[in-house]
Design a protein around this ligand. Structure first.
Ligand SMILES: Cc1ncc(C[n+]2csc(CCOP(=O)(O)OP(=O)(O)O)c2C)c(N)n1
Ligand SMILES: [Mg+2]
Length: 244
């Protein structure tokens, strides 16, 4: 929240915003403004894991739109050639900003995008947290065991427009409503908790209240934390090479 509002306490000290939200401490490397570029960077991180033999797996997330970028396929090639521990997670939310998948993609089964490189892939119900967890476990095991990259096409949906400037006129209100009612991941969990695990309304309300509190605290912090000082304009912009 603090990074989104450009405050000192943000992950990138308020100077990155949503496009440059990094945390070295948590091994989280972006947010990128260049659509698709994070795939090559994620593959590079996978190369580092492989080189250091640290047992880590790099997870590179990108959209259905980004999946049509050239560097994605250069990355696929190298990742499979060197059997790098990378899981490519394609978040297919049906639209690239305002363009429907069927209007922009010759191959709309994104799990097959690695076929010519021999990279296995699968389509996953990205709205079902259990399916996501199972598929992620399989993919990570594959990558970690030295068999190379794996592609997961997460089939999901975006309720709102891409950004403030997107009124989302390319789809009907009915479509959005139907997804919310029939596929919402949180509502699915709520339904399962009440039906299968007999969790009561009070308990669910208490969880809601707890979550609300965490989010409100974060928002409160972000709106009161100071902005970076002008004297910091040129700090934290580039990583200075370590002195010998
Ligand atoms: C190289 C490049 N081209 C175009 C843009 C503008 N742009 C930003 S997001 C976007 C669409 C991305 O769609 P998708 O990958 O499906 O991601 P989603 O927002 O749906 O998660 C475009 C074209 C950009 N940031 N970088
Ligand atoms: Mg998309």
């Amino acid at each position: 929240m603090a990074e989104l509002t450009g405050r000192r306490g943000g992950y990138s000290r308020g100077k990155g915003g949503s496009m440059h939200m990094f945390s070295r401490e948590k091994n989280f490397y972006g947010g990128h403004g260049i659509v698709g570029a994070q795939v090559s960077l994620g593959t590079g991180l996978g190369f580092a894991n492989w080189y250091r033999e640290d047992g880590r797996v790099s997870l590179a997330y990108f959209g259905d739109g980004a999946a049509n970028q050239g560097q994605v396929y250069e990355s696929f090639n190298m990742a499979q050639l060197w059997k790098l521990p990378v899981v490519f997670v394609i978040e297919n939310n049906r639209y690239a900003m305002g363009t429907a998948v069927s209007r922009a993609s010759a191959q709309t089964d994104f799990s097959r995008r690695g076929v010519s490189f021999g990279i296995p892939g699968e389509q996953v119900d990205g709205m079902d947290v259990r399916a996501v967890r199972d598929a992620a476990t399989r993919a990570i095991e594959h990558a970690r065991s030295g068999q190379g990259p794996y592609i997961l096409e997460m089939q999901t949906y975006r309720y709102r427009g891409h950004s403030m400037s997107d009124p989302a006129k390319y789809r009907s209100k009915d479509e959005v409503q139907r997804m919310r009612e029939e596929h919402d991941p949180i509502e699915q969990v709520r339904g399962r908790l009440t039906r299968e695990f007999k969790v009561g309304e009070d308990e669910l309300k208490a969880i809601d209240a707890k979550v609300r509190e965490i989010v409100n605290d974060a928002a409160e912090f972000a709106t009161h934390d100071p902005e970076p000082d002008v004297s910091e304009l040129f700090t934290d912009i580039l990583l200075e090479p370590a002195k010998a």
